[in-house]
Design a protein around this ligand. Structure first.
Ligand SMILES: Cc1ncc(COP(=O)(O)O)c(C=O)c1O
Length: 385
């Protein structure tokens, strides 16, 4: 039997390459500011860390899934969106990444065509390919807030089997307005297109409200995690909300592929729900970082920026400076110690002309990054501003 090259066409994250270089610089004693990953620099909130410490003394560190945490997540849907979700429909996963794999594997067969926005999170394209599915990437621009529109879905020919939406999105942070999200749900219902909504950046918005797809489509899959708002990326914990009819199918796949989520993280995550004050203070800090960075970039002549409604990203065009964002990011890092992500990760076509900054850093780090970038521009692009 012929070998099927399962990893065919799966590219590595360029941001990981940048991060690797950044760590080498740190090891050599250089001061590095990490803005390449969407990773809150503050870590887990204090209440979550305390709960984890206390849990270390408990005997039950085996394979289990926390019922209180699933119930708490169900309550979150009622409180934040006014949507009743039976806790039975919620499965805990090792982050949003396995939740995406579970949703794709349960909803679609190999060969299925699934629409995603370009620019978009690189793992959508690559997870689809790894599962022998076909990413149908729709080039999105400023007119549609870099998001797939209901119109694009209505006009898609042939009809895709599925759609992945993310609002706020990575890399842009743009949010789909509620009327548009409702229309997307309606078009998908009429055309028989299954929706997976990646809501990992919910609770991170700076004006526009975030709405769950469950407000418009009870049969959508939702994936989410504790990696972003809750500041717990390395704790590897997330969840999936499944359509009622598919809960047993998802559970069967989850058990076989991933067994159970980390016990310690489940204890910590339950406590994280009570840390809103600390976490919301961080969102306020991200808001200030965002304003500072936008003002800094404007001074340097970088003004073509996707509307950064939420998440903690700025996705900016540097087309007037380069069409090789990877080399640009490497040079910026080597010269200044500021690590950023090249747009190529999110858009293989136009991404050479874009850069993504993550501003989930402390106020001091954001201030220092701006100082270094401004000095670098004065030396390298004196006429840019
Ligand atoms: C849009 C999006 N979805 C999913 C993930 C994966 O997150 P997790 O750490 O929960 O696996 C990320 C991580 O950056 C992301 O940006």
């Amino acid at each position: 039997m012929a070998n099927v090259p399962l990893s065919r066409d799966i590219e590595a994250f360029r941001a990981i390459e940048i991060s690797h270089l950044a760590r080498q610089l740190s090891a050599r004693g250089r001061s590095v500011i990490h803005m390449e990953f969407g990773q809150p620099s503050d870590g887990a909130p204090a209440g979550a860390v305390a709960a984890a410490r206390a849990a270390l003394d408990e005997p039950d560190m085996g394979y289990w899934e926390s019922v209180p945490l699933r119930k708490r997540i169900a309550r979150h849907y009622a409180e934040d969106y006014g949507v009743e979700v039976d806790a039975q429909r919620i499965l805990l996963t090792c982050g949003a990444s396995p939740a995406l794999v579970l949703a794709l594997l349960t909803a679609f067969a190999a060969g299925s065509r699934v629409m995603t926005a370009r620019p978009g999170y690189v793992a959508y394209r690559n997870s689809l390919r790894a599962l022998q599915m076909i990413p149908v990437e729709v080039e999105c621009g400023a007119a549609d807030r870099f998001q797939i529109s209901a119109r694009a879905i209505r006009e898609a020919d042939p009809k895709p089997d599925g759609l992945i939406v993310a609002s706020p999105a990575n890399p842009t942070g743009t949010i789909i307005p509620p009327a548009e999200l409702a229309e997307i749900a309606e078009v998908c219902r009429v055309r028989g297109i299954r929706i997976i909504s990646d809501e990992i950046y919910h609770r991170l918005s700076y004006g526009a409200e975030t709405h769950s797809i469950l407000q418009y489509d009870p049969d959508a899959f939702v994936i989410n995690s504790f990696s972003k708002y809750y500041g717990m990326p390395g704790w590897r914990l997330g969840w999936i909300v499944c359509p009622q009819a598919l809960v047993a199918d998802v559970r069967a796949r989850a058990g076989n592929l991933f067994l159970s989520p980390p016990s310690l993280s489940q204890q910590a995550a339950l406590a994280a729900f009570d840390c809103e004050e600390e976490l919301d203070a961080r969102v306020a800090m991200y808001r200030r970082n965002r304003e500072r960075l936008i003002a800094c970039l404007a001074k340097l002549g970088i003004t073509d920026i996707a509307p950064s409604d939420g998440a903690f990203y700025i996705y900016a065009s540097i087309a007037h400076l380069t069409d090789d964002s990877l080399s640009f990011c490497k040079r910026l890092l080597e010269d200044t110690g500021v690590a950023t992500a090249p747009g190529l990760d999110f858009d293989p076509d136009r991404g050479g002309r874009f850069i993504r900054f993550s501003y989930a850093v402390t106020t001091d780090m954001a201030r220092e990054a701006c100082t270094r970038i401004e000095a670098w521009f004065r030396d390298n692009f004196p006429n840019a501003g």
